[in-house]
Design a protein around this ligand. Structure first.
Ligand code: AP5
Length: 228
């Protein structure tokens, strides 16, 4: 089992991190993708990059994200399919924030059947609703490397600056309370059904996302090692 920072081993499959906004998917995906030397594919990060570059996709996604709603499936799917087809994904990857609807999950099944023999593994992060609000309102993200902090539970050494690269730490525009409420509602409505979709097929493993950061990482690494 690799440890954080240990070089490439590959996963040989797609691993899906599933859970509500603020569950810790991005935090864990960054760490674990680095441990295995595989790409971390965050659809939220991809959209934020399109928004900051002002691309046509970014212009369409921006108002939707600001309302806390989901971007239409066709836009998400073509972006993900294109990213997965690149050579760096050949030894597996971690999906963070995708799939988020049943049509996205069905299309992903089809893409993955063509690419891997092993079935995808779904890691499902369990976190209380109250904790989610605290985590999201307290989140700060580095403008250079994307490192994730929290003003309550995971503070940088120097306030407002990233420990890794000194980048400025900022709040995401969709981390305001009224938008968070809509994002949590969208999760319940459109994404939660995927828990059953994957559990029924024996592909899903629950992980306690309420534990301390390091314990969650350790538990996810154990799940991945068991399923290798
Ligand atoms: P996206 O960027 O995917 O946001 P999300 O799913 O709402 O998830 P978050 O990034 O908010 O939470 P996370 O689980 O990654 O938590 P994190 O690790 O940061 O999507 C944004 C928007 O893009 C969507 O609303 C939608 O509009 C659009 N979009 C994206 N994908 C789409 C798709 N597939 N289909 C349609 N639309 C799509 O942690 C949160 C905080 O908690 C941090 O401060 C962290 O330090 C802290 N923390 C983490 N773990 C712990 C711990 N164990 N203990 C204490 N604190 C912790």
């Amino acid at each position: 089992m690799p440890e954080a920072g240990v070089a490439a081993k590959g996963l040989g499959r797609a691993v899906i991190f599933l859970g509500p906004p603020g569950a810790g998917k991005g935090t864990q995906a960054r760490q674990i993708a680095e441990s295995y030397g595989v790409p971390h594919l965050s659809t939220g990060d991809m959209f934020r990059e399109h928004v900051s570059r002002g691309t046509p996709l970014g212009l369409r996604a921006k108002p939707i994200m600001e309302r806390g709603e989901l971007v239409p499936d066709d836009l998400v799917l073509s972006m993900v399919e294109d990213r997965i087809s690149r050579p760096d994904c050949s030894d597996g990857f971690i999906l963070d924030g995708f799939p988020r609807t049943l049509p996205q999950a069905e299309k992903l099944d089809e893409i993955l059947r063509r690419r891997f023999q092993a079935e995808p593994l779904v890691v499902h992060f369990l976190v209380d609703q109250n904790q989610l609000m605290r985590r999201l309102t307290g989140r700060r993200t580095c403008t250079i490397g994307g490192e994730i902090y929290n003003i309550y539970d995971h503070r940088p050494k120097v306030p407002g600056r990233c420990d890794r690269d000194g980048g400025e730490l900022v709040q995401r525009p969709d981390d305001r309370e009224e938008v968070i409420a809509e994002r949590l509602a969208a999760y319940e409505r459109q994404t939660r059904p995927l828990v059953d979709y994957y559990r029924r097929r024996g592909m899903l493993k629950d992980v306690d996302g309420m534990a301390a950061l390091g314990s969650v990482t350790k538990n996810v690494l154990e799940v991945l090692a068991q399923k290798k």
